[in-house]
Design a binder for this molecule. Structure first.
Ligand SMILES: *[C@@H]1O[C@H](CO)[C@@H](O)[C@H](O)[C@H]1NC(C)=O
Ligand SMILES: *[C@@H]1O[C@H](CO)[C@@H](O)[C@H](O)[C@H]1NC(C)=O
Length: 459
């Protein structure tokens, strides 16, 4: 009450000073004239030796505006908020009710306006005036900057979309100055956007036409405006598609007793359930790896080992068959299923002759008769296989695409149509014809053997 009264008295005593409206405008317009008019007495009047420095402050911090007046003598200094025409302080007194504002002074010359916990509303022009007639003043600008922040309500959250649809990710940010917004992948990889490979897309909206599985990633919306800290929001984009399957080798060859591995690559999202089946459609299970399938069949657990390795939406499947026996030849299927579909691919396991490193007579009677005379062909086949094998690219197999080896032409593996097994015994290549039938034996040997057989039979 007391202080209010005192303020009022002060206000009245400084009437010319507080008539901010008309006077200030007139003063600035006629400044030059008034200076000329007062020229004779200039040295005896208050003057501003320097301008009021602009101040930039981050919201929430404190600001300090300084006004220096020389030769103030009996005149008084007031701080005025220009745009609201509010008197903040007069002489040694704070007038405004704003508790965040305080005043300090020095030697009757420096007058400081303190603004604590600066708000955006404080942004604007502040005037320091002296109650001369006409009034003299200087102005300084208080810039209030606001670090960027992301408006969650107007910003996309994690998304799950179907492949080939259009996707729009939006990011809304506020701050002062207005933030710059951009989109990039969290992993820093480039991505396809409007037919280009880009690293960063400027703007609030990331509009991906015909989204592909390659777009599946975490995206960061980053907002910055030069006021630290910059801010980002992570948006996860997941792209759903039915399983797709790739088989590096649709034909594998193995000889009796060998270990062989069949391979399949699949892509699917949501993650597919993958498994192997036999020709008859029986599921092949090795308890050791694929724990998505229960009840491993005990009798198979040593024979088969199914390995599955995931990398994002990609899966690598391998079926190891140990100690291949005559019953193991035939077709195997790798299958991938998810909520959007199912696909499978067939791999044929074919018998190939066992490699022979030492030529002994004990090997020759055990050769299967059907292999008779094919030694040379076999060598040729392997030779060609070496050439083809290098370029054995992945064959895409879609669910409708069955492997075309149903016609089971016994010669199909010799006509170079198929990629040859990658795990064929290398020894064979070095010994073409080494495992051949009797036709490959040196002629004298053959006669000797026949003679021996005849002798035995005759007994
Ligand atoms: C102070 O800030 C205002 C507004 O941003 C600007 O127009 C003026 O030029 C600045 N003055 C100085 C001395 O920097
Ligand atoms: C996806 O966006 C493209 C380009 O704007 C447009 O031509 C197409 O019709 C859109 N497709 C769908 C399904 O909205």
């Amino acid at each position: 009450m007391k202080s209010a009264l005192r303020n009022l008295t002060l206000l009245l005593s400084l009437l010319p000073l507080v008539q901010v409206h008309g006077r200030r405008v007139r003063n600035t317009e006629s400044n030059g004239i008034s200076v000329l008019g007062d020229f004779n007495h200039e040295s005896s009047f208050p003057r501003f030796p320097e301008t009021i420095a602009n101040v930039t402050v981050t919201v929430g911090r404190d600001a300090l505006l300084a006004c220096v007046v020389d030769n103030l003598r009996g005149f008084k200094v007031a701080w005025v908020r220009v745009d609201t025409q509010t008197i903040l302080s007069i002489h040694h007194n704070v007038i405004t009710q704003n508790p965040r504002i305080s005043l300090s002074y020095n030697d009757h010359r420096s007058w400081y306006l303190h603004i604590k916990n600066v708000q955006e509303a404080d942004r604007g022009w502040y005037m320091c005036q002296v109650n001369t007639d006409p009034m003299r003043s200087r102005q300084g600008y208080l810039q209030v900057v606001v670090p960027p922040s992301i408006v969650d309500r107007e910003t996309s959250s994690d998304m799950v979309v179907l492949e080939s649809t259009n996707v729009s990710l939006t990011c809304k940010a506020t701050g002062y100055p207005e933030p710059y917004v951009m989109w990039r992948r969290e992993d820093g990889e480039n991505y396809r956007y409007n037919g280009e490979n880009v690293n960063v897309v400027d703007g609030e909206v990331l509009f991906i036409t015909k989204v592909s599985r390659l777009h599946m990633a975490n995206y960061l919306c980053i907002a910055s405006n030069g006021v630290p800290p910059s801010i980002s929001k992570r948006v996860q984009l997941r792209v759903q598609f039915p399983p797709m399957l790739t088989i590096p080798n649709q034909l594998e060859g193995a000889y009796i007793g060998q270990d062989v591995a069949l391979e399949c690559h699949t892509e699917a999202f949501p993650t597919s359930i993958n498994y192997w089946t036999t020709e008859r459609g029986d599921m092949i299970i090795s308890g050791s790896f694929d724990n998505t399938i229960a009840e491993p069949r005990r009798k198979n657990s040593d024979k088969y080992e199914a390995v599955s390795m995931d990398s994002g939406y990609k899966k690598y499947m391998m079926l190891k068959i140990r100690n291949v026996g005559p019953g193991d030849f035939g077709s195997y299927k790798c299958v991938a299923k998810n909520s959007l579909g199912e696909t499978d691919g067939v791999i044929k396991l074919e018998e190939i002759p066992a490699p022979t490193t030492v030529r002994t007579t004990t090997h020759f009677p055990t050769m299967p008769p059907k292999k008779k005379g094919r030694g040379r062909v076999g060598g040729d086949r392997l030779g060609r296989g070496g050439g083809v094998g290098g370029g054995s690219d992945l064959n895409r197999v879609s669910s409708s695409d069955k492997t075309s080896d149903d016609d089971s032409n016994p010669e199909y593996d010799y006509d170079g149509e198929f990629t040859l097994p990658s795990n064929r015994p290398p020894a064979i290549q070095d010994l073409p014809g080494a495992f051949s039938g009797s036709a490959q034996l040196p002629v004298p040997c053959r006669f000797l053997l026949i003679a021996l057989l005849v002798l035995v039979c005759l007994r």
